[in-house]
Design a protein around this ligand. Structure first.
Ligand code: NAP
Length: 273
């Protein structure tokens, strides 16, 4: 008899936090479809997890269509979609062209919405499904130089809430996992390594905590999980109650100065080996 285990599609599975999420879903018995642009990294993880690797640039509509078609053809559809692919070029809002700002919105907001739009009909037909969107606390804490990224990640929170409201009664739920600073893997860790900084254990969460949160969001059908040390959701709520707190905190903990040096580095032309 064909394997009846549920199928999960993880975007951004080639590196960073994505492989942690993929391993945790594989451990929970999901059959996996892994996607990202880096084919060799995807293939290595797919070999390890006995998964299907489908390399794709998710900002290309034809790649999105091919990904969904491969999921239907090879595994009969997708039960769980984890919209994890995302990131920020760490450059100043006004120094980027409008197209560059728009492409941040595209990767971090439009792509997750578009992929959900493509997969939702199949989920509704089968009467089961769960969309997990990986968002960020960036907007709530006014994290420096993230205007477009923060707008996209806050947009993802609103999108998830309404999606959850509209389709849960028909078997398709949605959760948002809102990340603070993450260590061990991903963009924050890479930036710290580049600057020669050690990410403090206090104030950051390990990448494994994101993987556990994704699993908990699905299993316990949670509307929102905040992955931050301490009472994450309370901290997020406080930031909404006192919006002036974020900028004051960024100044006090040196986030403005650190990100200023990152922005300056991004202005330098890349070194040719
Ligand atoms: N790290 C943190 O501290 C942190 C904090 C808050 C939120 N987050 C969120 O967590 C998620 C994972 O971040 P991360 O830190 O693991 O980032 P990362 O290390 O930069 O990895 C990003 C992933 O997205 C994929 N990706 C990027 N552009 C893509 C495109 N056009 N098409 C297909 N795949 C693409 C990358 O694969 P390829 O390069 O192979 O395409 C990679 O697998 C993101 O949504 C991020 O915004 C992270």
């Amino acid at each position: 008899m064909a394997d009846q285990s549920p199928v999960a599609l993880v975007t951004g599975a080639s590196h960073g936090i994505g492989p942690y999420i993929a391993r945790s879903l594989a451990g929970a018995g999901y059959r996996l479809i892994l996607t990202g642009r880096s084919a060799s990294e995807l293939d290595a993880l797919a070999d390890e997890l006995n998964a299907l690797a489908v390399p794709a640039d998710l900002t290309r509509p034809e790649d999105l269509a091919a990904l969904v078609e491969a999921a239907e053809r090879e595994l009969g559809g997708v039960d769980v979609l984890v919209n994890n692919a995302g990131g920020d070029p760490q450059r100043e809002f006004e120094a980027m062209t409008w197209r560059e700002n728009a492409s941040i919105l595209e990767l971090n907001l439009i792509v997750p919405m578009r992929l959900t739009h493509l997969l939702l009909p199949g989920m509704l037909r089968r009467g089961r499904g769960h969309v997990v969107n990986i968002s960020s606390i960036a907007g709530r804490v006014s994290f420096p130089y993230t205007e477009a990224y923060a707008a996209a990640k806050d947009g993802l929170i609103g999108f998830t809430r309404v999606l959850r409201n509209d389709f849960r009664g028909r078997g398709v739920s949605a959760s948002v996992v809102v990340l603070g600073a993450i260590r061990d893997a991903g963009q924050g860790q890479r930036t710290a390594d580049e600057l020669g900084l050690k990410l403090p254990v206090m104030g950051t969460s390990p990448a494994g905590a994101v993987a556990r949160a994704v699993l908990a969001a699905i299993k316990r059908d949670r509307a929102e999980i905040v992955v931050m040390p301490g009472p994450g959701r309370l901290i997020k709520a406080l930031m909404d109650l006192f919006p002036g707190l974020g900028p004051a905190m960024n100044q006090a903990v040196g986030a403005n100065a650190t990100m200023r040096s990152v922005i300056e580095r991004r202005k330098q032309p890349a070194k040719v080996a």
